[in-house]
Design a protein. Structure first.
Length: 189
């Protein structure tokens, strides 16, 4: 199974992200090959596990239902449009974080430690919290400046009070995500 752990967005944040997607698409115009991510599928990935062997799925699911007692619920702010990679033709359009980044890094480390306890390998690239809101099918370096419009300092904010283990299923329409388990944050502030 193809798995990842993420923070789900609340409805208000999802609506604000969708509004930002529409603004970005309008600014880029019809000539762009940008494909917007379904707002219902936008999330903040903490750890991508990729294909996990079937015997490890059940222990991981059980582990990801246990509360995260080292971290209390906290607020994040979403805002600031950007692209990956940092140079050349862009492939990913994203919204960054304006608040809660330190806590997200702590949460990422806690989730990574749980996953490592089962000897499931994680991606080796550095954790950079963001919301992927679009992907280019094909892009030119000239798409970059047009995608770098100013966004408000904070598009939305929400409380992070749990993380979710998801299964990701790929199709020609893109990925669909299905929740398997939730781990609630429960430390006292």
């Amino acid at each position: 199974m193809r798995l990842f752990v993420a923070v789900e967005l609340d409805d208000i944040t999802r609506d604000a992200v969708h509004a930002e997607q529409k603004l970005a698409a309008k600014q880029l115009g019809r000539a762009s090959s940008l494909r917007l991510i379904d707002p219902q599928q936008v999330h903040l990935t903490l750890a991508f596990l990729g294909n996990v062997l079937p015997p490890l799925v059940e222990p991981l699911t059980v582990l990801m239902t246990q509360p995260i007692t080292a971290i209390a619920p906290f607020r994040i702010g979403v805002g600031g449009l950007g692209v990956f990679p940092p140079h050349g033709a862009p492939r990913v359009l994203w919204l960054g974080l304006t608040a809660g980044v330190t806590q997200l890094h702590e949460l990422h480390r806690e989730v990574a430690a749980r996953i490592a306890s089962l000897r499931i390998p994680l991606e080796e690239r550095a954790f950079r919290p963001h919301l992927t809101i679009g992907r280019w099918r094909t892009a030119r370096p000239s798409d970059r400046p047009r995608s770098g419009r100013e966004t408000p300092a904070r598009v939305a904010e929400m409380t992070v009070d749990r993380v979710t283990l998801f299964e990701s299923r790929l199709s020609s329409q893109g990925a669909s995500h299905f929740p398997l388990a939730h781990a609630h944050l429960s430390a006292s502030s």
